[in-house]
Design a protein around this ligand. Structure first.
Ligand code: PLP
Length: 379
């Protein structure tokens, strides 16, 4: 077997992530490596922190990118905040809520599930019933933007309710950050994690996280050591904390952090509100175009994510064939349904740099050609 350099094909990324990356970010990735304790690097780390605080709309001091993907951001929140004697309510309305349950259980804690149908947002009444029935719950965890179904839950109202019962809120903003409003301080969210490959349009493999002062107190005052050495924020604070004296924790992914710095700078230059509006605008255009083809979205209008569109597959159409043809004939990647929605939906992402008019038009045109060719009932 002869192994040569790998040259990936050019793709148009319109799945559930990763999204397309701007050349500015790819160029940043190729800049020379410097040491992760180099004084210049530390200046850049501080800038990343400030830019992340802007993206999360927070003044939280403990705001940083975990050196691993979104799943590690999720785990960082749970292993630091939850201990074996705790009870946590987890709102489950898709794949990622179910993963949170796994995280709680692997901390040795008790998970109480508040379940909603896939395609529906978190039901506040059910959550309140669970809070009433379980006094002393330590935290409530929920997914703001459920990538598996295209649903946005009302994070502001969930967090308010959780506060009324003196619990901590843990929010998954993997797909929402940068694409729709995420307001950590205004909504009083205690812990939030995201990922870089969705609406931030950066390389996969980093997980921005942020923790409120109340959450930091809990992390510092734990009864037992965090079971994960790598994710123990008490240790990571020595590297990502303020000041010029940083202690070695792990070798930071230097070039990936250059890329994150650049993508966050692009977000800042565009302005968060403008980025949210851009996602909204292209989502509406895609929705109208799909509607003209006779295709519907899974989620009710008021709960739809703009950056992830769950499209119902017409009867009699093999959704996998359509996805394969989109990729092979047009270079467009769209996503399949997961779990209960496998075979029933396509997931079309309009995230970050993939939320443009060109993406919308190309995707609609390609879908129309393929579906017509397959004799699907499209207009
Ligand atoms: C809502 C949500 N949470 C968590 C994750 C996990 O992120 P990662 O794949 O970067 O580990 C994803 C990934 O798609 C996601 O969509």
């Amino acid at each position: 077997m002869t192994i040569r350099s790998f040259h990936p094909p050019l793709r148009i990324l319109m799945g559930p992530g990763p999204s397309d990356i701007h050349p500015r970010v790819l160029q940043a990735l190729g800049r020379p490596v410097i040491g992760h304790l180099d004084p210049q690097f530390i200046v850049m780390m501080d800038e990343i922190k400030a830019l992340l605080q802007y993206a999360f709309q927070t003044e939280n001091e403990l705001t940083l990118p975990v050196s691993a993907p979104g799943s590690a951001g999720m785990e960082t929140c749970f292993v630091n905040l939850i201990e074996a004697e705790d009870t946590v309510i987890v709102c489950v309305n898709g794949v990622f809520g179910a993963r949170m349950v796994e995280n709680v259980q692997r901390c040795g804690a008790r998970a109480i599930l508040v379940e909603d149908d896939w395609g529906k947002p978190v039901d506040l009444n059910k959550l309140e019933d669970a809070l009433k029935a379980n006094p002393g719950v330590k935290a409530v965890a929920f997914v703001h933007a459920e990538t598996s179904t295209g649903v946005r839950s009302d994070a502001q109202r969930i967090a308010k309710l959780v506060r009324e019962y003196s619990a901590l809120s843990i929010m998954d903003a993997v797909t929402s950050l940068g694409g729709s409003p995420v307001k950590i301080d205004e909504w009083q969210i205690d812990a939030c994690y995201s990922a870089t490959q969705k609406c931030l349009s950066c390389v996969p493999g980093l997980a921005p996280v942020t923790f409120s002062p109340r959450a930091v107190e809990i992390i510092k005052g734990r009864n037992h050591k965090v079971q994960s050495w790598f994710m123990d924020l008490n240790l990571i604070m020595g590297y990502w904390g303020g000041g010029q004296v940083r202690s070695y924790h792990h070798t930071a992914p230097v070039n990936a952090l250059y890329a994150l710095h650049e993508s966050l700078l692009m977000l800042k230059d565009e302005g968060l509100e403008n980025a949210w509006e851009r996602h909204q605008r292209h989502h509406l255009a895609l929705k109208d175009g799909l509607h003209d083809l006779g295709l519907d979205l899974l989620v009710d209008e008021e709960h739809r994510l703009t950056q992830l569109n769950a499209v119902l597959v017409p009867d009699g159409i093999d959704e996998a064939v359509v996805r394969k043809r989109m990729l092979n004939e047009y270079g467009i990647e769209i996503g399949a349904g997961l779990g209960a929605l496998a075979g029933k939906i396509w997931r079309i992402g309009l995230m970050g740099q993939s939320a443009t008019a060109q993406h919308v038009i190309l995707c609609l045109a390609a879908l129309k050609c393929i579906l017509t060719d397959m004799a699907a009932p499209v207009a």
